[in-house]
Design a protein around this ligand. Structure first.
Ligand code: DOR
Ligand code: ZN
Ligand code: ZN
Length: 431
């Protein structure tokens, strides 16, 4: 039996209410035991000074493979995931071809076998993401689809109603990008002072709010769960809060950029600050923080959306999307945990335990017998985000050169190190 002991880390596992200094025994790639003190005749790894938590789980990633290898591929995306502390990711279906056939699913699953992170492909809701015909969810689940989404492309209401019902039957999460395209129009950033100042078309909050209200009504009527992705407006958040109070089966995610940046960052006309939905106003950021604190927001995802530097060169015509896998944990520690909005344990729950549960996958726990997918991170290490050091092919981050606190040191998958921080570059401060 292959054994390893990780000694003396602060172990945080929200799934078992563990938060304290513990020893963790790894046996044959699985969690063997967790206790205050273990002695085993096996190699010992010093975890002192680090937090050890279940590996992070991201339910919203664009891996761009098949179809856009210039932006990202499965191996580079997974290398970025491992560097960011993720051990499981769900990838969106807007590839080329769209992921809605057993062939594309098996292409992804096959390639992911060599990757440094587990990959759970999502299939599209509608055929070719065209919003016309429903895919056969049962067949797609059988072929390996872990969830469903037409992310980026809203599904017409009548089809969405059917989709919610069918997804419930198959017990598959349906992740919905709530946007009314007739309200988005030609808008490229949030509609407000900044869009006016820049003289570019804006996207009103109503685009997200109206679509959110509609999908909540459908979920209520169909009595079928819906997961809302990347919630960004105060209006959508109050609708979701109210829906939850009325027992409508809804869950939702936000992404770090919606609480760490607002639309004023767009004044420099840098397309690396453009994504859909767009950065909103300070009042929306505050609403996102409140909704994280009160549990309205269930989890944090990245919406990792790599694009090439050439595509991002022209502000007005660049595609929407930013990378996020390699900055997410640090941004959450910096903007959520440091100011005391949530505890580290709550953050781990939102970035690991809950997303694993929503996808219905292993992970998100250090329970005995589960795969030894975990991370060691230094919550006090200050460092400067440097896009040139990303493992992702994407350099389209709005956070380049920003100082953050909290750094992933090791990522373990099946008990083996798949990422190790070799740079360790920081500002010399650690507290
Ligand atoms: O900003 C975004 N980028 N939002 C989406 O919904 C799609 C994504 C992409 O695929 O680039
Ligand atoms: Zn989206
Ligand atoms: Zn997306």
């Amino acid at each position: 039996m292959e054994k390893q002991l990780i000694r003396g880390a602060r172990v945080i596992d929200p799934s078992q209410q563990i938060d304290g200094i513990r020893d963790v025994l790894i046996e044959n790639g699985c969690i063997g035991a967790i206790a205050e003190s273990l002695s085993e005749d096996c190699p010992v790894f010093d975890g002192k000074g680090f937090i050890l938590s279940p590996g992070l789980v991201d339910i919203h990633v664009h891996l761009r493979d098949p179809g856009f290898p210039e932006k990202e591929d499965i191996l580079t995306g997974c290398a970025a995931a491992a560097a960011g502390g993720f051990t499981s990711i769900a990838c969106m279906a807007n590839t080329k071809p769209v992921c809605d056939t057993p062939e594309v699913l098996s292409y992804i699953l096959e390639k992911a076998k060599k990757a440094s992170c587990r990959v759970y492909p999502m299939a599209s809701v509608s055929k070719g993401m065209q919003g016309e015909l429903l895919n056969d969810f049962r067949a797609l689940k059988k072929a390996g689809a872990a969830a469903l989404s037409d992310d980026g492309k809203p599904v017409p209401n009548s089809l969405l109603y059917q989709a919610l019902t069918a997804a419930k039957q198959e017990n598959l999460m349906l992740s919905y990008h709530a946007e009314d395209l007739s309200l988005t129009g030609r808008g490229i950033i949030h509609k407000g002072k900044v869009s006016e100042q820049l003289g570019v078309p804006g996207v009103d909050r109503a685009s997200e709010d109206v679509s959110t209200a509609q999908v909540l009504a459908l979920a209520m009527d169909a009595n079928a769960p819906v997961h809302l992705c990347h919630v960004s407006t105060k209006g959508a958040l109050s609708l979701i809060r109210e829906a939850k109070a009325r027992n409508i089966p809804v869950t939702c995610e936000t992404a770090p950029h919606y609480f760490s940046l607002n639309h004023e960052a767009l004044l420099e006309r840098n397309a690396n600050f453009r994504m859909a939905p767009p950065l909103r106003e300070e009042s929306d950021c505050r609403a996102v923080l409140e909704a994280i604190a009160d549990g309205t927001i269930d989890c944090i995802a990245t919406d990792h959306a790599p694009h090439t530097e050439a595509e991002k060169a022209v502000f007005e015509t660049a595609p929407n999307g930013i990378v996020g896998l390699e900055t997410s944990l640090a941004l959450c520690l910096t903007y959520l945990v440091r100011p005391g909005i949530i505890s580290i344990a709550r953050l781990i729950k939102m970035m690991s335990t809950t997303p694993a549960r929503l996808l219905g996958i292993p992970g998100g726990t250090l329970a005995q017998g589960s795969p030894a997918d975990f991370i060691l991170f230094d919550p006090g290490q200050h460092w400067i985000i440097d896009k040139r050091k990303f493992h992702s092919k994407g350099r389209n981050t709005p956070f380049d050169q920003m100082e953050v606190v909290g750094r992933v040191k090791y990522t373990f998958l099946d008990g083996k190190i798949v990422y190790q921080d070799k740079e360790g570059e920081h500002c010399g401060k650690t507290n």
